[in-house]
Design a protein around this ligand. Structure first.
Ligand code: ADP
Ligand code: MG
Length: 349
């Protein structure tokens, strides 16, 4: 068989883990990142450091690879579109453009008749004033947000005047859901009604950043099936190719809401590396490189803990001993920063 090379846009931990999964399948990887220190350069075969809109680099990158994908959603649409004319990009650039924008994303989910929290478009401070009854809510930038960045919790009208909100950006205001639980469902779609789906994962956030993920999620059978069913509907409607994650809220009355869609591999799915025969990363590589679909099998229940900022330090010290059922991942980021995801620890249960 001729050798396959996969191009990946983005060089963070997701790009690293995709490269590791590709290597296992004898697929070479080229990472294209605008961060000179991108950690994925430690794991790929070839690393390109350049701005994402450099036309010469876009062309050079496409020449080197057979298939193209991306590890985070904030890649310029124009870049993905140009690349897609040269080599197949999966998921499609149009999917990314839709999901990049919180308002378009939520409109799309509602058109499928799937529940989201209530939301309104906010373009300036005046738009907030008539919304007293709507509060408490969370104001979120429509684009470029992650790990709770660009979000403001607003309890009451009084708070609005005291918050220093940058209205050069566009926002949506979401009604605050009284959360009982958060779960996510990861699915890899290979083609029409051809997919592999992982069981729902239960997630715990601290300061709006994911801290723990575990399977099985402690949810009833209705929610177990409903969340998987909704994820399948979303993937089919998007004609998605590759791995996708749907983040859900569950409220105190056991109602399910779609929070957001990630058109990529997802932090909550890191436990699939050790808990399944095929990880979310390997399945993504298989789908975007048009390889064979292989039935998914769960090996073990598992719990993943994100190591954020200096939580990584004790695990890096050589005298820290792991049990046979524990797996430590160091993303090899240059610098420890507060709120930066530095690594994770998965424990099989
Ligand atoms: P990000 O793109 O940063 O992941 P999310 O919209 O997923 O943004 O928000 C991050 C976290 O903040 C969620 O996982 C949840 O814990 C909390 N959160 C966000 N929106 C709401 C909401 N409408 N109601 C309750 N909690 C929310
Ligand atoms: Mg999220």
């Amino acid at each position: 068989m001729s050798e396959i090379t996969l191009g990946i846009l983005g060089g963070g931990q997701l790009g690293s883990m995709l490269s590791v999964a590709a290597k296992k399948l004898n697929i070479k990887t080229v990472i294209y990142s605008d961060d000179q220190k991108a950690p994925a350069q430690n794991f790929c075969n070839n690393f390109i450091y350049a701005k994402y809109n450099d036309p010469n680099i876009i062309y050079e990158f496409a020449k080197k690879v057979d298939f193209i994908t991306f590890e985070f959603e904030n890649i310029p649409y124009e870049t993905l579109n140009k690349l897609n004319k040269l080599k197949p990009v999966s998921p499609k650039p149009s999917v990314n453009r839709l999901i990049q924008h919180r308002l378009a994303e939520k409109d799309f989910i509602n058109k499928l008749n799937l529940r989201t929290t209530r939301y309104v478009n906010i373009e300036n401070k005046k738009d907030l004033e008539p919304l007293v009854d709507f509060l408490p809510g969370i104001l979120k930038t429509t684009t470029m947000g992650y790990d709770g960045k660009g979000q403001y919790l607003i309890q009451n009208m009084k708070q609005i005047s005291s918050l220093d909100i940058d209205f050069s950006k566009e926002y949506i205001l979401e009604k605050l859901v009284k959360l009982k639980k958060e779960i996510s469902v990861i699915i890899t779609r290979f083609g029409n009604n051809k997919y592999e789906i992982y069981e729902p994962i239960e997630n715990t956030h601290e300061d709006q950043i994911l801290r723990y993920s575990k399977i099985p999620a402690k949810i009833n059978e209705i929610l177990f099936n409903q969340s998987k069913d909704w994820a399948i509907q979303i993937a089919e409607e998007l004609k998605y190719i590759g791995t996708l994650c749907v983040e859900f809220f569950i409220d105190r009355n056991d109602n399910l809401y779609v929070n957001e869609i990630a058109p990529r591999v997802h932090n909550s799915g890191h436990l699939t590396i050790n808990a399944y025969n095929i990880s979310q990363f390997e399945n993504h590589v298989r789908a975007v490189c048009a390889l064979k679909q292989t039935p998914l099998k769960k090996i073990s229940n598992a719990e993943m803990m994100n190591l954020i900022g200096d939580q990584i330090t004790p695990y890096r010290q050589k005298n820290f001993s792991l049990n046979d059922n524990q797996f430590f991942f160091d993303y090899l980021k240059n610098e420890i920063k507060e709120k930066r995801k530095m690594g994770h620890l998965t424990t099989l249960k």
